[in-house]
Design a protein around this ligand. Sequence first.
Ligand SMILES: Nc1ncnc2c1ncn2[C@@H]1O[C@H](COP(=O)(O)OP(=O)(O)OP(=O)(O)O)[C@@H](O)[C@H]1O
Ligand SMILES: [Mg+2]
Length: 324
Amino acid sequence: MDTKQYLHLLDELDDLDQTEALLDKSKRRNKYPARNPRMPDDATRDFVHKQDDSSRNFKFTYQTARFEEWWLLESLGAFYEHRWVSDVLSRVKAGKEASVYLCTSGTGVHDRLLAAKVYRPRQLRNLKNDALYRMGRTDLDEDGKRIVDYGMLKALHRRTDYGEELRHQSWIVYEFQTLKTLRGAGADVPEPYAVEHNAILMGYIGDKNSSALTLNTVELESAEAKPLFQRVIHNIELMLKHHCVHGDLSAYNILYWNGDIALIDFPQVVSPDVHPMAWEIFLRDVKRVCQYFRPQGVQADSQKLARDLWISHGYRISKDVQAR
Ligand SMILES: Nc1ncnc2c1ncn2[C@@H]1O[C@H](COP(=O)(O)OP(=O)(O)OP(=O)(O)O)[C@@H](O)[C@H]1O
Ligand SMILES: [Mg+2]
């Protein structure tokens, strides 16, 4: 598939909006009259691997566009086969790197509603300057183990197609492993259930009618601002304790639901032990959190707060900087 074809598919994904999701089947058929929705065109066929027979029965309540259906079957088919999910109800949000879908669980999971974070095809992702976050990081295989195989390491080093595939996989596995570690440590993060080569399945924050808001869109009651701020700082501390810095923390990556918060979006986490700019990244996270809470009535000296947290967890600051 050439770049033009990929860009066309990207447009298809971007064009999807809530209104389109509500279109009934007959209208959709008019939009793509000549196509059988289960029959990919040449461009799509390049991207989609052969479907397993059982995932052919995977039908969604959510009305997808042509490419999106194949993308979801490809990305979520294994979750369906393993009975982790039984249906896709709606698309919660399309982000720069991934889209998140509301799913109902299969028999393998106790939560009734799940969130599936489905990454865009590697070629279409707008990565968060991943080179910065990958500094000092060891790439992980699909089982979350450090890649040691010579051929795989060579492919990564040479940035072959296979190497880029491995890198993409490692990025996603980092997010899943971090969710697992933090959830196990009692942090306020969605429960992670499963990871496949292109998607993560986790607990859904919200209910069937609406998903949790991101904190940047919420104006807090004055009585709840301080305790929520302290809760976020508690989570930042827990992360430090478990050797990770979020790396993209702000009110945009904190969900708010029924007075509680949940931190999300972890693929870019960095280790304070090995990343050469970990302190700067940490300081930026703390500053962005303080920036949101200031107009909500919580005054905190973010530079001092970040310094104190950092030093009390045994880390050193080589040179002091002012994060944006
Ligand atoms: N577990 C969840 N439960 C409910 N909604 C979620 C969940 N995870 C993510 N979302 C929703 O999906 C959006 C995108 O998720 P996330 O931030 O992980 O992906 P992203 O591609 O990095 O997005 P962005 O580029 O906007 O940061 C979130 O802002 C939130 O609205
Ligand atoms: Mg995000």
